[in-house]
Structure formats: structure tokens, C-alpha cells
Design a binder for this molecule. Structure first.
Ligand SMILES: Cc1cc2nc3c(=O)[nH]c(=O)nc-3n(C[C@H](O)[C@H](O)[C@H](O)COP(=O)(O)OP(=O)(O)OC[C@H]3O[C@@H](n4cnc5c(N)ncnc54)[C@H](O)[C@@H]3O)c2cc1C
Length: 443
């Protein structure tokens, strides 16, 4: 129920004979929609408040002029046969397929197909396994790999952590890196038609089960006492419920002054402090469709069967759509280096992307520009409702996650990719976290 705010939630809701929702969910991303699906299935009265004019959050499949297939501006891959994602895809009748192709890298000895990207990988793993307490990656490298002969390996590892985990090595956890490598899944999948279909399935399921979803509704403040909450929006409207699930990125839990951030009354210093301890990295994603796959022909440096390509260019990482042959290349700039371009406008980023491709493939920028059919740039750091791309584990994040996983007065609950207990940074983690918090409420 929405009304203009005049006085405290309970009094006004009751005085006006308005029903409170059982649960208000802030955020209609994967975690929020998954939680809503379970709660609505259990006949709870649920309302979702979403700041954007669409559902999906960091899943954003676009149909854009000039592209011959949907563009994934956010999440794109399923990293392995992830149980909840696969189960929902089956339930919705959505197809998915395995990715294909070779890994290429541009180094001093040229552009080559490669298997190993990090030198001394066995030694690295051995030392990671010996760690008896957590330290940052920088501290780990300084302690065990100080010798000059490891400088190339240190550079490769830094690139991997910045590129894949969007993390800063000065804060990223060494124990988390060990775990990540131990359970690394090498098979990856894509969803036919895009990830957006999965989120639409969840949304439709919620709507069919009576959930109300309010888009373009930015939550600013949460006034709460035991099982009695007033959620106040930027437009100064109020919504009332017994419980609230917050699924926004942790960074937005750190205060009202922080753009789309949310504040609490009474304040929650433990929660805001914990949210600051969770690592959160930025990504700028550039999707470019060309007239043809110039990297497969002999007109420049060739990279046949190209899936992923790694380089040290300004936009260092690129991938194709294989096994789909649509001539699209996706550029990826992540971690601290992406922050350097946070205020750059799209034209500048596009020029950097063309320049990087020109150096990688030894082809004129003008030719690339002439062959470019369409492009899309999404700067997730500048996006006010995400302020970054996904979380990473720091040496203090395990304790912080425990704090955020504990409901406040059985009234305020937190969920989202950063809070899944087994992993983080993926759609699967967000779905699992949403499921877990909904089940906790139903108990
Ligand atoms: C570029 C990029 C690439 C990625 N690639 C992959 C990949 O290949 N595979 C993979 O599994 N994962 C990938 N991820 C990660 C994945 O997208 C996220 O982990 C997941 O989508 C997060 O879901 P969530 O529900 O936790 O958060 P979100 O999707 O961020 O949902 C939170 C919602 O809260 C809303 N919100 C924020 N503030 C407010 C407010 N004040 N009031 C109301 N609503 C608010 C937001 O608009 C958002 O819709 C990628 C992410 C990015 C950005």
C-alpha cells in the first residue's frame, strides 16, 4: 500500500484501514525476484520496490538497433552447471548452450593460442594451500614471491584478479583465491535469447501469484521497529510491511548520502560498517558488432576460433560469441583500472576500445570504425543503482557477511549476490541468496 507519509507507519496504516504487506522487497534483481517467487508461492503478500524502470538489475539483456542478436550489457555466462539457475531454466523451458573456442593472448612473443595464463601456477597453489590465516594478495605475493624471477607471474596474477574478479589485489583475500581455483568450473554456458528471459520468467511468476512490483521507485529511508516497517521513497511515498528484504548492492547500504543509498531509522551502524568490508569491483563492458569477423580472415593478425583474448591494452580482455558466429566482440575493463574511466563519456570509451583492438590485431582504427555496425557501452560504476559490478572477498568480508546474514529483530533481512554463503559475484549466488532469505522468513 502506498500513501503520502504523514506520521509513523503503523499508526497511519491502521488508521487508514490499509493492509500492511507481509514482506517488502527492495530491488527486483535476481535475488529480489527469487525471494518474491518463493514468498508468493507460500501465499505471502509481497511488494517489490525497484529503482529502475525495469526488472533484472545487473542482468540486462537489451534489444538494440544495429545488433543482430540480444546484447548482454550485464551478466552473460553461466559458470558451470549451477543447480538453481539450471533448475529455473528448465522450469521456464529456456534453452542454454555451451560456449566454444580457443583462448588467445597477446604477449611480447605475439598473439598466440595459449593454455596457461599464469606462470608458476603449481607453486602458487602450493603456497596458497600452506596459508593458515588470510592475507591480501599483495601481502601473499610479497611474502612468498619476492624474487625478480616471479615478476611476470605477479603481473599475470594481478591481471587475472582485476579482470575476472574485478578486485583490488591490495584488499582481495588469498584464501578466497585458493577456494576459487579449487572449485573452478571450466565449462561455461549462455542462455539462448539472453539472461533477461530467466528474470522475466521470475517476474511473470511473481505477478501471477499476486506480487505487486513498483518500478521507478527509489527507496531512500527505512523506519523500523519490531515487525513494523515504513519504507519511504525518494518521491516521499510510504509503503508498510512486517518485514523487509534489502537486495541492493552492499555499497548502497552505507548511507542515504550515497546516491541511491538507503538509510535506517533507528540507524544500523553494525550493518553499514559490515557493508563497507565487502569488496566491490567495477566493470565497463563494451559490445561491438562488426560487418564480419575480421579476426578470422587474413586481413590482420589472425585469431581463428577465438573465444577469449587477453592483452595488456587499455581495454585488455575480449571475447566472441562462439559457437554462435555473429561477428560480435565484447570488451571488458574491470577492477581498479575501470575506476580510472568512471567519468569518461561513451565516445571516449568507444575510441579506447577501437584503439585497443587496432593494437591487438594490427589493423587500422579507421578500418575497424568502417566495419563497426553497432556498439553498446555500459559503465556499471557510473550506474547509480549498482555503483559497480559485483562483489569480491576481502580479508574481512567473511565476518561482514555473517553480520549481514543475521536478520535484524526478525524484521530487516539482507540478500544479494554478495551475501550467498557458498560463493558470490554471480547470478546463481544472487538466486541462492534470495531463496535462502525467503526460506528463513517462512520458517
Ligand atoms: C558487467 C557484468 C557482467 C556480469 N557477468 C556475469 C556472468 O557472466 N555470470 C554471472 O553469473 N554473473 C555475472 N555478473 C554478476 C551478476 O549480474 C550479479 O551477481 C547479479 O545479477 C546480482 O543480482 P542481485 O539481485 O544480487 O543484485 P542486483 O541485480 O543489483 O539487484 C538489486 C536491485 O536493487 C535495485 N536498487 C538499487 N538501489 C535501490 C533503491 N535505493 N531503491 C530501490 N531499488 C534499488 C537495483 O536497481 C537492482 O535492480 C555480472 C555483472 C555485471 C555488472
Amino acid at each position: 500500500m502506498k500513501i503520502k507519509r504523514k506520521c509513523s507507519g503503523k499508526i497511519i496504516a491502521e488508521a487508514l484501514g490499509m493492509e500492511k504487506f507481509d514482506v517488502i522487497i527492495v530491488g527486483a534483481g535476481a535475488a529480489g525476484l527469487m525471494a518474491a517467487k518463493i514468498l508468493c508461492d507460500a501465499k505471502k503478500k509481497v511488494c517489490i520496490l525497484e529503482a529502475r524502470d525495469r526488472v533484472g538489475g545487473r542482468v540486462h539483456t537489451l534489444i538494440k538497433k544495429g545488433f543482430s542478436k540480444p546484447v548482454e550489457a550485464g551478466a552473460e555466462f553461466i559458470h558451470g552447471k549451477l543447480p538453481l539457475t539450471i533448475c529455473l531454466l528448465k522450469e521456464a523451458g529456456i534453452k542454454y548452450y555451451e560456449t566454444d573456442g580457443a583462448l588467445w593472448q597477446l604477449k611480447n612473443d605475439g598473439l598466440k593460442k595459449r593454455e596457461d595464463f599464469i606462470e608458476h601456477a603449481e607453486q602458487l597453489m602450493k603456497k596458497l594451500k600452506e596459508l593458515d590465516h588470510d592475507i591480501s594478495i599483495t601481502a601473499f605475493l610479497d611474502k612468498y614471491f619476492d624474487d625478480a624471477k616471479y615478476s611476470e607471474m605477479k603481473n599475470s596474477l594481478q591481471q587475472y584478479i582485476e579482470g575476472y574478479d574485478a578486485a583490488d589485489i591490495n584488499y582481495a583475500s588469498s584464501l578466497a583465491l585458493k577456494e576459487e581455483w579449487q572449485k573452478e568450473e571450466d565449462k561455461q554456458y549462455r542462455i539462448e535469447g539472453g539472461y533477461g528471459l530467466l528474470l522475466d520468467h521470475l517476474k511473470n511468476n511473481c505477478l501471477q501469484n499476486g506480487c505487486s512490483i513498483h518500478l521507478s521507485t527509489i527507496v531512500k529511508k527505512i523506519k523500523w521497529k519490531d515487525e513494523d516497517v515504513e519504507v519511504i521513497t525518494k518521491q516521499n511515498d510510504s509503503y508498510f510491511s512486517g518485514k523487509v528484504i534489502l537486495t541492493i548492492p552492499p555499497l548502497l547500504l552505507t548511507g542515504e548520502e550515497n546516491g541511491a543509498g538507503i538509510s535506517f531509522d533507528p540507524s544500523l551502524p553494525l550493518v553499514t560498517e559490515a557493508a563497507k568490508q565487502i569488496g566491490y569491483g567495477g566493470v565497463i563492458k563494451i559490445v561491438m558488432e562488426f560487418t564480419h569477423a575480421f579476426w578470422e580472415t587474413g586481413e590482420c593478425r589472425k585469431a581463428e576460433d577465438l573465444f577469449f583474448l587477453f592483452s595488456e591494452e587499455k581495454i585488455p580482455t575480449w571475447w566472441s560469441q562462439l559457437p554462435d558466429k555473429t561477428p560480435i566482440l565484447t570488451g571488458w575493463l574491470a577492477g581498479p583500472k575501470a575506476n580510472e574511466l568512471v567519468n569518461a563519456d561513451d565516445d571516449i570509451i568507444l575510441q579506447q576500445a577501437l584503439h585497443s583492438l587496432s593494437s591487438i590485431f594490427a589493423i587500422d582504427t579507421e578500418i575497424l570504425q568502417k566495419n563497426l555496425k553497432a556498439s553498446h557501452i555500459h559503465n556499471w560504476i557510473a550506474d547509480p543503482f549498482s555503483k559497480g559490478a559485483y562483489s569480491y572477498n576481502t580479508t574481512t568480508s567473511a565476518a561482514a557477511k555473517k553480520i549481514l546474514a543475521t536478520p535484524v529483530a526478525n524484521t530487516l533481512f539482507f540478500a544479494g549476490e554478495a551475501l550467498d554463503k557458498d560463493s558470490n559475484a554471480t547470478v546463481e549466488a544472487a538466486l541462492q541468496s534470495g531463496k535462502e532469505v525467503a526460506e528463513k522468513i517462512l520458517k
